[in-house]
Design a binder for this molecule. Structure first.
Ligand code: ADP
Length: 637
């Protein structure tokens, strides 16, 4: 029968999950796994991006990376800096300009030289100052001795002090002539990598500090107040900017100029400060720009900047997941080793622990036969598991540690969903037993990775005025509710003979709150409405998710795994999901025994599995006869 095929499908699934966990090779723990030295070799799953980075590094091209956070964009940018020749690195010095103090001079010298030059100047200045002070002292003492013999001693001392003060004012101050080392690459192992994400104009383009003492011998000379920006610090290296669209338009414009000219003068960024008077000669900034963001970010980027990058560089799309092959599982083993080494404080993972991590990578991929590449989050799991092992004083991290880490390291959204669930259980805002008319346990996803049970209640009344009926929905999901009802009105009319447009349909989402992505509520809404019209109760041990077409087909939705888990956690017994999502189900073992998963492809099947009572068959019969839709319903026994 239908039921038994479901059960079979389920056990097939679970078997496959466990069988496949063969990593393909044996190892005792991750300390036996070699971690590549170069960052570029540590990147996994983004082969295309790696290739582009290598090519771009050798040709000095800009790159734009588009994709989900935590998939390795900044890691690749860092890796690119490692690939650039370090022989080309330079130091940048700022010198006072004696003709125009507000226009300091810029000099570029080989890396490491800058420091020497500044030191030499300092020595020189010290020597000169010593000699000058010596001379002056002799001079003053001379005057005092002279006045002792010729005039009165008191006058001599006064004259001496006055001369001393006057000469201090007028003699050039050697310290003021020492150049400033604005960019130093002394002892750098590789080309600079500068992360300018979220930098304000001053940090990005350089700035000239304000001088509170603008005269009177206490002022700091202009050239000494010049601060290099990220674009200058990235000279001959890589400038990384994530969320590029959040950069202010003026800054994007300036960045474009810097990209084109490969040099950019530094000036004070705050208009009313004394720094704004100062503007240096152009300062070299020949960097490679690696910008990143999601697709939306790219579209909102300054078009000229975008086309510059397009014309003189590459655009890469970062992948979210990779195939679940032995080869890729092996890469995840290396990933765990890498993260352990990078952290430096957590114990290595044994084979069982790594297997748990891979299992989680599978679950998070949300697609059958895939492993997630959102590796920042997965790395988080590795660290939490390692921390647990470390706090227990365990020499090695085991599967147990990873499992407890999974429980602890839940995202904010998941924790929020948990607390809602607790609250709801307390108030019995959703039913777990029996049946009810017009009431359905829908399912939704919050924040991308946590499911919640979203009860939906519907009531249908004849339209008040006899004119067109209305759809009255509460909560934020009004638009979705309207669309869902409109989509199903044809189906409903066929099934029940009721013209929905002459009724008021009330739909309430019990306890909705912000953050629910509700595109997948339409099957639940339709079920609630049909139940309300026909007064046929809905089984409250059933939860459901799915999107509904105008023809009554159940279409796939996102986040099924999380939704199923939420339903199981809430104590429900069955969950109806779109058949097309069957392959995406990767439910944790603990939940698999708790809940029966029922894949369906039409609204009729949804009715079949959710309505109860003697009249249920009538409506399904009606449906079979009346509708011209090709439903594939098993015999009702
Ligand atoms: P993004 O810049 O895309 O938001 P990051 O490059 O900052 O992501 O990734 C954060 C961390 O996650 C990295 O430092 C690394 O430890 C891990 N990581 C992310 N993607 C990868 C990858 N493709 N290969 C190896 N490690 C990765």
């Amino acid at each position: 029968t239908h039921e038994s095929t479901q059960v079979m499908a389920e056990s097939e699934l679970s078997e496959e999950i466990d069988e496949d966990m063969d990593i393909g090779f044996q190892f005792e723990n991750t300390s036996n796994i070699e971690v590549p030295k170069l960052l570029i070799d540590q990147v996994l799953g983004q082969e295309h991006a790696v290739e582009v980075v290598r090519k771009a590094a050798s040709q000095r091209r800009h790159i734009m990376m588009i994709g989900t956070p935590g998939t390795g964009k900044s890691l690749l940018a860092k890796a690119m800096a490692e690939l650039l020749p370090k022989e080309e690195l330079k130091d940048i010095l700022v010198y006072p300009n004696l003709e125009d103090l507000n226009n300091p001079k810029i000099r570029e010298v080989p890396a490491g030289k800058g420091r020497e030059i500044v030191m030499a100047h300092k020595m020189e200045a010290r020597k000169k100052a010593q000699a000058r002070n010596m001379l002056m002292m002799l001079f003053v003492v001379g005057i005092i001795i002279y006045s002792y013999f010729v005039a009165q001693l008191l006058w001599g001392i006064i004259a001496g002090i006055m001369i001393l003060m006057l000469t201090r004012q007028f003699l050039p101050k050697e310290e003021m002539m020492i150049p400033k080392l604005a960019v130093s690459n002394y002892d750098k192992e590789h080309a600079p990598y500068v992360d300018a994400t979220g930098a304000h104009a001053g940090a990005l383009l350089g700035d000239v500090r304000h001088d509170p003492f603008q005269s009177g011998g206490l002022e700091t000379p202009a050239h000494d107040r010049v601060e290099a920006g990220d674009i200058h610090k990235a000279h001959k290296g890589v400038l990384f900017i994530d969320e590029i669209n959040t950069l202010r338009l003026e800054s994007q414009q300036s960045l474009l100029t810097a990209l084109q000219e490969k040099e950019y003068p530094i000036t004070g960024q705050s208009e009313r400060s004394s720094g704004a008077l100062v503007k240096t000669e152009p300062v070299p900034c020949d960097f490679i720009m690696v910008s990143a963001g999601n697709l939306d970010a790219v579209q909102k980027m300054h078009p000229a900047l975008r086309s510059r990058i397009k014309g003189y560089g590459y655009e890469v799309y970062m992948r979210d997941s990779m195939a679940d092959s032995p080869e890729n599982r092996k890469k995840l083993v290396r990933f765990v080793a890498q993260e352990v080494v990078r952290d430096g404080h957590i114990p290595h993972f044994d084979e069982g622990a790594v297997e748990e991590v891979i299992r989680e990578a599978r679950r998070r991929a949300g697609r059958k036969g895939h492993l997630t590449l959102k590796l920042r989050d997965l790395g988080g799991l590795v660290r939490v598991a390692g921390d647990i092992a470390h706090s227990e004083g365990a020499p090695i991290t085991t599967a147990e540690h990873v499992l407890s880490a999974k429980r602890i390291a839940r995202s904010i959204e998941q924790q929020l969903a948990d607390s809602y669930l607790e609250q709801r259980k307390e108030y019995e805002s959703f039913l777990r037993k029996g049946s009810a008319v017009g009431r359905v346990n829908g399912l939704a996803v919050m924040g991308g990775d946590s499911g919640i049970v979203l009860p939906i209640v519907s009531e249908v009344t004849p339209a008040l005025s006899g004119a067109e009926g209305r759809i009255i929905a509460t909560g934020k999901l009004k638009a979705i509710a309207k669309e869902a009802v409109q989509n199903v009105s044809a189906v409903i009319k066929n099934m029940t003979g009721t013209d929905i447009s002459r009724h008021d349909v009330h739909i309430q989402f019990v306890g909705t709150y912000e953050g629910v992505e509700g595109d997948s509520a339409s099957v639940s809404i339709a079920t609630a409405v049909i139940s309300a019209i026909e007064r046929i109760p809905v089984d409250q041990t059933v939860a459901m998710t799915g999107s509904l077409s105008v023809r009554g087909d159940v279409l796939p939705v996102g986040g099924v795994t999380y939704k199923i888990e939420a339903a199981a956690q809430a104590g429900l017994k069955k969950v109806i999901i779109p058949k097309a999502n069957e392959a995406d189900v990767l439910v944790e073992k603990a939940y698999r025994e708790k809940i029966q998963i029922i894949p369906v492809s039409s609204i009729a099947e949804v009715m079949e599995h959710s309505l109860v009572g003697p009249r249920k068959n009538t409506i399904i019969e009606k449906l079979k006869n009346i509708t011209k839709l090709s439903f594939d319903i098993p015999e009702v026994t």
